[in-house]
Design a protein around this ligand. Structure first.
Ligand SMILES: C[S@@+](CC[C@H](N)C(=O)[O-])C[C@H]1O[C@@H](n2cnc3c(N)ncnc32)[C@H](O)[C@@H]1O
Length: 225
């Protein structure tokens, strides 16, 4: 197994290559998000925490005017090579207010602390124009007690589903370890409401079966400003 452990939100640069090569995740997650967005011609889209820019370049090829912000400069460098430096925000303060039709935030909220979750969701809300949509997604919290999926290996849970807590899991693609911050779906729903985003719909990536269990890897919330 790889020696890599990503335990801080600023350490994702350690696995930038692995993220770039996550084929199963891409096929399931990114294609599900893209199918939810509809016609992207001339739509202003921000990928918040977009990592190496894999989704951003796919959206650009579909005609969107795509920007990316990420906390990691290494990630932004890779994203800039794909979508152009002029489309990169290096600081969260540079992201304009009331600007975007869509903001995507994939696999970010589950790796940051609770106060940062709220800060990010507030920032997303303020950066959407009135009537714009956010698509916020991450690993399905309902998988807490599922030891193996196509993507992850999880330890036996030490807390209940209802309890916010952190645990370490292994990503099978790349075989590196990450800290997952588990929060029940209802916790996120409440927080979106408090921030002032309306939950329009909740989606999951396509179901498959592994070792007798039915699995949907990712949850995606569609939220309207
Ligand atoms: C699991 S990766 C997901 C990358 C990409 N969205 C994807 O779906 O492949 C998490 C990303 O979030 C970024 N990140 C972590 N904390 C962040 C924060 N507070 N604000 C913005 N980006 C953050 C990391 O640098 C990393 O690129």
């Amino acid at each position: 197994m790889s020696e890599k452990l990503v335990s801080e939100e600023t350490e994702w640069n350690k696995v930038a290559e692995e993220l770039d090569a996550e084929k199963i995740k891409l096929a399931f997650y990114d294609s599900t998000v893209i199918s939810l967005l509809g016609n992207l011609k001339s739509k202003k889209v921000l990928d918040y925490g977009g990592g190496p820019g894999v989704l951003a370049i796919a959206l650009k090829k579909l005609g969107a005017d795509v920007k990316e912000y990420d906390i990691s400069e290494d990630m932004l460098k890779q994203a800039a090579e794909k979508i152009g430096e002029e489309n990169i925000y290096h600081s969260v303060e540079d992201i304009p207010q009331e600007e975007f039709d869509f903001i995507i935030c994939n696999l970010v909220l589950c790796i940051v602390f609770e106060n940062e979750v709220r800060r990010i969701v507030e920032k997303i809300k303020n950066s959407l124009h009135q009537g714009g949509f956010a698509f916020i997604g991450f690993c399905n919290p309902k998988l807490l007690n599922v030891p193996e999926t196509n993507l992850d290996l999880r330890p036996t849970p030490t807390h209940k589903y209802e309890e916010n807590h952190s645990y370490m899991k292994t990503k099978k693609e790349g075989m590196y370890e990450i800290i997952e911050n588990h929060r029940p779906i209802e916790w996120y729903e409440q927080m979106y409401k408090e921030v002032g985003l309306t939950l329009e719909d909740t989606f999951f990536t396509p179901e498959y079966e592994l070792k007798g269990r039915k699995i949907k890897d990712f949850i995606i919330f569609k939220l309207k400003r």
